[in-house]
Design a protein around this ligand. Structure first.
Ligand code: ADP
Length: 484
């Protein structure tokens, strides 16, 4: 059953129960109040007749010192006659509770008569035919006789009133239920609209439309739920896109890897076949063997790099504290003396928290790339300075530069801007991918600024350890603000 129908049904049941119980108590209350009033009047009537009887008995001539049964009957008949038109009914009985006089239509039942006691008035409601009566009985004493007077008051109208009350209330209840059901239907449909919109959104998302969002139609709890759902959908969508991108990257990686493997292998196989199938002159023999050697070396370098990347990806950092000077001293050793590309080093002393060999590997890769990209004689600058978020490194060259599109993809494994140029330098597009992985381990990332034909700058920041500088922890995710 639909949720809106459940709301509707529970409202109808609650209203029906409330109206039914309320109506029953209301009509019954009115009835009981009327009956109480009628009881009072029945008692008054009985009282008046009692006085009237006693007065009439006193007026009987003195020669009779005893109240005869015939006199009682006469007084009874007189009393009934005087009340003609008011529906007065009375019954008089003697000491033995034997009926002496009874109005026509007075009940024959003597249950009340038998229960009348001294000084008390007895009541009972009787329902002899279609009518309801209050039967009242009391003891009377007249001329030394103890008699019993009973009266009957017709209260049929009160009972009819109650039946009418119930019937009116039932009809009214039905009318209220029908009208309120229609109103409740629209209200419950309106109330459950956010749920329908959410259901629609989940269906759309299940069908693969991750960008679909539920319409928020209120600001209450349901509106909050819709807002939270949309937020969750947004996060999920982002995660799904990330996963898709990761899967795509893996596929690209495998495709590039097989390609990089296939090209040199084809050549190696070709040259090996040439060597084993034909007798070549010495020069050709040397060239073929040399090709097999260099391609084999390239493959070896590539597999080592790949291994480095995989180990770094899975690896856990074992950082230690060092001074930046250690790294610059190493770079100076490697490049300081060479003549092809003059290196300048501008740096300040500063604490670095990281794995020394990995950091050396990054700087070596960047310096190596800068050399490969620069013409002979062009200066390469390596900078180091303390910044608020960590120690800043930059390698600047005046080489060929990189286009904006290449800049975005340059850190992907096997991505080479100029394949033949890279291969001629024994590269396979893995150096910067390795640098990125190492920097990720250090809570940092590589920033690249480049202008085609003018040169490039590769920079990164190694964040300070968290306990030494509260702000440094935050800087793990912060990008380099300024690469000069
Ligand atoms: P490789 O090991 O083949 O050099 P990298 O991942 O180090 O691969 O570099 C990827 C590509 O980025 C290379 O093809 C190279 O042409 C380009 N590149 C890297 N550094 C620079 C630079 N400083 N200037 C211009 N191009 C660069």
């Amino acid at each position: 059953m639909k949720f809106s129908y459940k709301i509707l049904l529970s409202c109808i049941i609650t209203m029906a129960a409330a109206l039914g119980i309320g109506g029953y108590f209301f009509v019954n209350n009115v009835f009981e109040a009327s009956m109480e009033r009628e009881m009072g009047q029945a008692a008054d009537e009985n009282n008046i007749l009692q006085f009237a009887f006693e007065t009439a008995a006193l007026n009987i001539p003195a020669k009779y010192d005893l109240l005869q049964n015939s006199a009682v009957k006469e007084i009874g008949a007189n009393l009934e006659k005087r009340g003609e038109g008011t529906g007065r009914l009375l019954r008089l009985s003697d000491e033995n509770r034997e009926v002496l006089y009874a109005s026509e239509g007075f009940v024959e039942d003597t249950q009340l008569l038998a229960s009348i006691e001294k000084q008390t008035r007895a009541y009972q409601v009787i329902h002899p035919d279609d009518h309801y009566y209050i039967q009242t009985g009391a003891e009377i004493t007249a001329l030394d006789r103890t008699l019993y007077l009973e009266t009957m008051r017709d209260v049929t109208a009160v009972y009819e009133e109650r039946t009418r009350g119930f019937s009116v209330y039932r009809n009214l209840t039905l009318l209220i239920l029908v009208v309120s059901s229609v109103i409740m239907f629209f209200i419950s449909t309106w109330l459950t609209r956010p749920i329908r919109l959410l259901t629609k959104a989940t269906k759309k998302m299940t069908d693969g439309d991750y960008s679909y969002r539920a319409e928020q139609v209120s600001t209450d709890e349901m509106g909050q739920l819709t807002h939270d759902f949309n937020h969750m959908a947004g996060v999920l969508e982002e995660n799904i896109h990330e996963l898709e991108a990761e899967v795509q990257a893996r596929e690209d990686f495998i495709a590039a890897f097989s390609h990089e493997l296939k090209t040199p292998l084809t050549a190696v196989i070709g040259y090996a076949d040439l060597l084993r199938s034909r007798k070549l002159d010495e020069e050709k023999h040397f060239l073929s063997a040399n090709y097999i050697y260099t391609e084999g070396k390239r493959l070896e370098a590539m597999s080592l790099r790949l291994l480095d990347i995989i180990v770094t990806k899975r690896g856990v950092l074992e950082p230690q504290e060092m001074d930046a000077e250690v790294l610059f001293a190493y770079l100076k050793d490697m490049y300081g003396e060479q003549q092809k590309h003059p290196f300048t080093f501008r740096y300040e002393s500063g604490r670095i928290y990281g794995e020394v060999d990995l950091l050396k590997s990054i700087l070596l890769n960047l310096a190596d790339n800068a050399c490969k990209a620069s013409e002979e004689g062009k200066t390469i600058e390596v900078l180091g300075e303390k910044r608020r978020e960590g120690y800043f490194f930059a390698v600047k060259d005046e080489g060929v530069g990189i286009s904006e599109e290449d800049c975005r993809r340059i850190t992907e494994a096997f991505y080479m801007v100029d394949k033949s140029r890279s291969r001629s330098h024994n590269g396979a597009g893995l150096g910067l991918a390795l640098c990125s992985e190492i920097l990720k381990l250090h809570g940092s990332r590589l920033e690249i600024r480049s202008t085609l034909g003018k040169g490039s700058t590769f920079a990164f920041v190694i964040p300070y350890p968290a306990e030494a500088d509260g702000g440094a922890a935050e800087s793990h995710v912060r990008q380099t603000e300024d690469i000069r």
